[in-house]
Design a protein around this ligand. Structure first.
Ligand SMILES: *Cc1c(COP(=O)(O)O)cnc(C)c1O
Length: 360
């Protein structure tokens, strides 16, 4: 029953993304495995190495992703026998979005170097700052060089459920494959992730390894043969229950509400010249830091580290402090549906009080 539900629900979600009538997918225990699955299909299709393996290939395969793309792509490249260096890092703009012109140059450079480009991965929702690569412009480059187009929408895929915000994903409908983690912005308990394919038949051709001891009813595909994991967990049930409970409208409302809160944060950061934004927020994630003039740039990481602990101990607000572009930044992720304006007031009141007290 869960296998049937998995087939139906991944088809439904693939069609939400506009992937076309032949699209569908399989669940995976996390986005890293979904990326591995998609890249293995892309590689097998490009080089026909499903059976024979990589030995004897004429050139080294390379794929392209932005410099802030998720590290699971490197893991996938390593596991696929390509090596982590096969992931060519493409430069991003000030807002962490891949530069299509830099992508084009990187692909051409790789070709001149005798490497063999086969895939471009665009990110819809970067892990640290939640930015979305410009999918339509990237697609032009992908088409020009005839590459596989994978969109890592592990985080941002949820936008498809918001009527107001879904156009941020424009271009995703042209993807060959998509990674999507409902365990992130769809509030489904971990784990619940999926790899979607525009043409599900590619799995038959470029992935499937048959398990003769598992022969069953041919009307239902054996998902264990078509995906990295053999054992199927009942993760699809949680996803199905989320749709029963919240529905796509409920998910849309939660997403829209977090945009209202993010706008409040963004405006408060912009209003205070002691604070700076890491990048323009595009989703429910925003990174910023305290950068008061009186604190020398090389002491700002320490200052923000102390402010982070102050906020937790005095204001009962937790923000993480990742490193981004060689500095530490507060990272606010509005995934708790009970976070409201009063929490944000506690955050900013705490920041103000701390900086007031620290000011020489
Ligand atoms: C979270 C995330 C992943 C990895 O997902 P896991 O479930 O942690 O394996 C991959 N890509 C992006 C963009 C992510 O945000």
């Amino acid at each position: 029953m869960f296998s049937e539900l998995e087939v139906q629900l991944t088809e439904t979600i693939a069609s939400e993304f506009g992937l076309g009538p032949d699209a569908g997918g399989v669940l995976a225990s996390g986005g890293s495995l979904a990326n591995l699955h998609a890249l293995s299909v892309a590689r097998n299709q490009a080089f026909d190495v499903h059976e024979g393996g990589l030995a004897g290939l004429d050139g080294e395969p390379v794929l392209f992703a932005s410099e802030v793309a998720h590290t699971s792509l490197q893991k996938a490249a390593m596991l696929l026998g390509l090596g982590t260096d096969a992931v060519v890092a493409v430069e991003t703009d000030a807002n962490s979005r891949m530069k299509p012109s830099a992508l084009n140059q990187a692909v051409q450079q790789a070709e001149r170097d005798g490497l063999v480009p086969f895939c471009v991965v665009a990110t819809a929702g970067t892990t640290t700052t939640g930015n979305v690569d410009p999918l339509p412009a990237i697609l032009d480059v992908v088409d020009e060089h005839d590459l596989w187009f994978h969109v890592d929408a592990a985080y941002g895929g949820a936008l498809v459920f918001s009527e107001a915000e879904r156009d941020r994903l424009d271009g995703i409908e042209e993807a060959d494959s998509v990674t999507f983690n409902p365990q992130k912005w769809c509030y489904v308990a971990k784990t619940c992730a999926m790899a979607l394919f525009a043409d599900l038949d590619v799995l038959e051709e470029d992935f499937r390894v048959g398990a003769p001891y598992m022969r069953g009813d041919d009307a239902i595909p054996n998902l264990g043969e078509l995906s990295v994991q053999g054992t199927r967990r009942a993760e699809v049930l949680k996803l199905w229950l989320t749709f029963q409970h919240l529905g796509r409208e409920g998910l849309g409302e939660l997403i829209d509400e977090s945009y209202r809160l993010i706008a409040l944060i963004r405006d408060r950061v912009a209003d205070q010249n002691v604070l700076e934004l890491a990048s323009e927020p595009e989703m429910n994630i925003v990174c910023f830091r305290a950068a008061p003039e009186w604190c020398p740039p090389n002491e700002r990481d320490t200052l923000n580290g102390r402010l982070q602990r102050y906020l937790l101990s005095r204001q009962d607000v937790f923000v993480s402090l990742p490193t981004y572009r060689d500095s530490r930044w507060f990272r606010v992720v509005l995934l708790n549906p009970f976070t409201d304006k009063s929490t944000l007031d506690r955050l900013f009141d705490g920041i103000e009080r701390f900086l007031e007290a620290e000011r020489p």
